[in-house]
Ligand binder design. Structure first.
Ligand code: NOJ
Length: 548
């Protein structure tokens, strides 16, 4: 591991942004129907500005039957009436911009909803028709075509093919309601270039691209040996549908659209890839004519382990610099068990199994939260941008005891009720200490909140010294003044149990050991845990120190 890590030059906003992820269904419900909405998000812009974020990424808000939380899009140029209208979206973007917050929208190019007009037409059309050629329809195997064309599995469980009434099969790498588009078809390509332009014209500053590593399929449609799993996808060489070389051509096409619009409008645009690929492949997505950024899922996948985390940070920084990009740091999102919970579970725990069978006490919640704060401080001090998932600034844990009859995730359905899926991190945000939905809206929320949400609400933490919310506010404020322009990073070798680095006279030291640790001399700027004794860093904690 080299001692000093170079940070690529460039002052575009996205290189250092703190991006706050808003899951619209669960953020704030302005009209009291139990589901969050655009007006709800808009009403919280002052909260987000006070928190100190630079941008928000909004999960899909398009018309959708919501069979996969909105990642089943029926119309890419509109807003689901449940969430509001296009005018509401415009107002939200305008308010966000007025508060200095940029807006990233979520684009879903791998598949549409089966309610999309293209798929409705494809189903009604004949095999071999232009309508079917926008998707991936194939004849089946077996004497009568009764077997799926390949053995590919859906990421959510079960086969990746479903059969139409006329006997042909269509591909859906996710839910049966999410048919995969055919990216060999120029019409599909042109459509998405247009969709990018549509949202840029509406005011969007960036795009988060769903399943960016899955668009291209091997035209010979071979079988695979391994079942596809959401966290391991893209780790197999020459996989028939993950991380294929041809996907980079599409990335370039989109980048050209963004670059052209950027030149026209004179504003910096960006796109960030959701690419679950092996770390070695990530820089390929970040070449100067492809994505600006890619989510760093390698670090997200690290357990609380000093050497794994150190190696992962180092690799991400070196990789990003090698292509003049910037690293991204992300601990939670709407697809994974919240990190306060992950770090409180014994390492090696199978989270989905734990969600099904417990016991709840296996998670040491206090320890998990303590570690979560420590890692957050480490990431905020690193070069690159940080993605914060709504509610982590309140210290929320995964809601692990949602009753079976409220579960809505297709993972629950498609795994035949053997995996609960992702609803536990999607429970609506508590804004106040009391009320039917702890201030989320005026009525019961679409997923039930646990009683402890009252004490974890924004109202309960606002202005309270030592609260997680105030910790985030302080950390973000100090980050913007002390770390953002701090340049290169130098690793400090302070021992096996510590991750420590220095940037421009400031040190960030995280103690992974079981004993307190005495850091280099300097002024303590912030600590993730109030130390037991002055001048030390407690176990499972991070300190920022001004060495100057
Ligand atoms: C990744 C999204 O983050 C996830 O929520 C969704 O289920 C799949 N892609 C399919 O669109």
């Amino acid at each position: 591991m080299s001692q000093t890590i170079h940070v690529a030059a460039g002052n575009e906003w996205w290189r250092n942004a703190v991006v706050y992820q808003v899951y619209p269904r669960s953020f704030a419900d302005a009209n009291g129907d139990g589901t969050g909405d655009v007006e709800g998000i808009r009403s919280k812009i002052p909260y987000l500005a006070q928190l100190g974020v630079d941008a928000i990424w909004i999960n899909p808000w398009y018309p959708s039957p919501l069979l996969d939380g909105g990642y089943d899009v029926a119309d890419y140029r509109s807003i689901d009436p449940m969430f509001g209208t296009l005018d509401d979206a415009k107002h939200l973007i305008a308010d966000a911009h007025a508060a200095g917050i940029r807006v990233i929208v979520d684009l879903v190019p791998n598949h549409t909803s089966w309610d999309h007009k293209w798929f409705v037409a494809a189903r009604a059309a004949d095999p071999g028709s232009p309508e079917r050629n926008r998707y991936i329809f194939r004849d089946g195997k077996g004497d009568h075509g009764e077997l799926p064309p390949t053995n590919w599995s859906s990421v959510f469980g079960g086969p990746a093919w479903s059969r139409c009434d006329d006997g042909q099969w269509y591909l859906h790498l996710f839910d049966i309601s999410q048919p995969d588009l055919n990216w060999d078809n120029p019409e599909v390509r042109e459509e998405f270039c247009d969709i990018f332009r549509f949202w840029i014209d509406l005011g969007a500053d960036g795009f988060r691209i769903d399943v960016s590593h899955g668009l291209v399929k091997d035209p010979s449609f071979p079988d695979v040996d391994l079942a596809s799993e959401i966290l391991t996808v893209g780790h197999i060489d020459n996989h028939p549908h993950w991380d294929r070389d041809e996907v980079h051509e599409i990335n370039r096409e989109w980048r050209a659209v963004l670059d052209e619009k950027q030149a026209d409008l004179g504003k910096e645009l960006m796109m960030v890839a959701e690419a679950w690929v092996k770390p070695g492949s990530v820089p390929l997505y970040l070449r100067p004519d492809e994505y600006h950024q890619s989510f760093n899922f390698d670090f997200l996948g690290c357990p609380w382990d000093v050497s794994q985390m150190r190696a992962s940070v180092n690799r991400a920084l070196v990789d990003a610099a090698s292509v003049n990009s910037s690293a991204t740091w992300v601990l939670s999102n709407h697809d994974v068990v919240r990190h306060a919970t992950r770090y409180g579970l014994p390492s090696g725990t199978d989270y989905q199994e734990w969600l099904m069978t417990g016991p709840a006490e296996l998670c040491d919640r206090a320890l998990g939260l303590q570690r979560a704060k420590a890692v957050t401080m480490m990431l905020l001090a690193l070069p690159g941008s940080t993605y914060i998932y709504q509610g982590e600034e309140l210290g929320l844990h995964e809601v692990n005891d949602l009753p079976h009859d409220v579960l809505d995730d297709p993972v629950w359905r498609r795994s035949e009720n053997t995996r609960k899926g992702r609803d536990g991190c999607r429970v609506p945000i508590p804004w106040s200490q009391t009320g039917p939905s702890f201030g989320f809206g005026d009525n019961a929320p679409w997923l039930p909140q646990p009683p402890e949400f009252g004490a974890q609400s924004v109202q309960a933490q606002d202005g309270v010294d030592g609260s997680v919310l105030e910790f985030y506010r302080s950390a973000l404020a100090l980050r913007s003044t002390h770390w953002v322009n701090s340049g290169d990073l130098t690793w400090l070798d302070l021992g096996e149990d510590v991750i420590a680095f220095e940037r421009n006279g400031f040190a960030c030291v995280t103690n992974f050991g079981v004993n307190e640790f005495a850091p280099p001399h300097g002024e303590l700027m912030l600590a993730s845990t109030q130390p037991q004794r002055e001048g030390v860093i407690d176990p499972n904690s991070t300190a920022w120190i001004d060495l100057r």
